[in-house]
Design a protein around this ligand. Structure first.
Ligand SMILES: O=P(O)(O)OC[C@H]1O[C@H](OP(=O)(O)OP(=O)(O)O)[C@H](O)[C@@H]1O
Ligand SMILES: O=c1cc[nH]c(=O)[nH]1
Ligand SMILES: [Mg+2]
Length: 212
């Protein structure tokens, strides 16, 4: 498993505003979009491309086009939805599938309550979007879902992660081609399964509603 933790002052600055409990939902939403575009740039470094011949006004040359089958972007509802626009702005030809997952806040186990994905993901590059990698249960479950349908490699883009969550995903996804791109690696999980220092409940802060 490859892990890339962003190291850029703009990302850290935007994350700082996001973490601030006084930041209201509209600002939170637009910051998530901006952060996503910056992280997507890193996460798509290995997106598959094919050569493409074109004619410029001066000559002919060979460039690249995003390869078929097109990448599949999968936001994990709810909170991952806030990251979708930032990703599709960068890869407009990507297809989008949806997974709805909710973590039981007592057992910390995720359940899948919605799924809208192609049945066959053979040979697909998949990008999972979820702002929070806490225990890692939700991300592991989402990745397993995609590999079960034939995905070849899965890249997750998360704003915040924990050492505990990374360990869990690494253990669960052993032998799989997995990359995780994080905006920041936080200190730890607290006794309620929340990321410390974190930003609280990402879904609630994005949408201003209670998710459970
Ligand atoms: O790593 P884990 O311990 O599994 O926790 C992370 C999950 O928790 C949050 O979603 P939540 O279940 O709160 O759903 P929501 O997006 O609807 O708020 C978050 O968006 C992740 O999906
Ligand atoms: O800190 C956390 C952990 C899980 N889900 C969140 O939204 N925040
Ligand atoms: Mg939530």
């Amino acid at each position: 498993m490859r892990v890339h933790v962003a190291d850029h002052p703009l990302i850290t600055h935007k994350l700082t505003v996001l973490r601030d409990e006084r930041t209201p939902s509209p600002t939170f939403r637009s910051l998530v979009g901006e952060l996503m575009t910056l992280l997507a740039y890193e996460a798509t470094r290995n997106v598959r491309v094919t050569p493409r011949e074109i004619r410029t006004p001066v000559t002919t040359t060979t460039g690249v086009a995003i390869a078929e089958p097109r990448p599949l972007v999968v936001p994990i509802l709810r909170a991952g939805l806030g990251m979708l626009e930032g990703m599709t702005a960068l890869v407009p030809t990507a297809e989008v599938g949806f997974l709805g997952m909710a973590r039981n806040e007592v057992t910390l186990e995720p359940t899948t309550y919605a799924e809208r994905l192609p049945d066959d993901l053979s040979d697909r590059q998949c990008f999972v979007l979820d702002p929070m990698l806490a225990t890692g249960g939700s991300l592991s479950g989402a990745m397993q879902f995609l590999f079960d349908r034939g995905a070849v490699d899965v890249t997750a883009i998360c704003l915040l992660g924990t050492p505990e969550g990374l360990e869990r995903v690494e253990r669960d996804m052993e032998g799989r081609d997995v990359t995780i791109v994080l905006g920041a690696l936080d200190e730890r999980l607290n006794e309620h399964g929340f990321i410390v220092p974190g930003l609280g409940d990402a879904g609630d802060r994005l949408y201003g509603t209670v998710g459970d």
